[in-house]
Design a protein around this ligand. Structure first.
Ligand SMILES: [Zn+2]
Length: 96
């Protein structure tokens, strides 16, 4: 359940390992990349046959350092979960 990325001072929070300025959480644009990587984590869960739960979405959102970013992730994750649910209802869970 724990993702690798703990905040290290001066390193981009998205997990890419690039250096940032002392006060920056991310390289420019990498906040979006961090959101994408958490969505990819959910995609892996789906590929493994797991269901996405609201609890899991909330738990992943906590890895993001700001409320707007958490909200962005939550919206994207809920949309993704809804798409997965719709697809599996149609097709019986066939992976893409
Ligand atoms: Zn980064």
């Amino acid at each position: 359940m724990n993702a690798k990325a703990l905040k290290t001072s001066g390193t981009c929070n998205c997990g890419c390992g690039d250096a940032t300025g002392p006060k920056a959480m991310y390289r420019p644009g990498h906040d979006a990349r961090h959101v994408s990587s958490l969505i990819a984590y959910l995609e892996n869960d789906v590929a493994d046959g797991k269901k996405i739960t609201a609890r899991e979405i909330a738990s992943l959102a906590k890895q993001l350092p700001s409320a707007p970013l958490q909200a962005k992730f939550t919206r994207a994750a809920q949309r993704f979960a809804a798409n997965v649910a719709a697809k599996s209802a149609e097709k019986g869970g066939e992976a893409a």
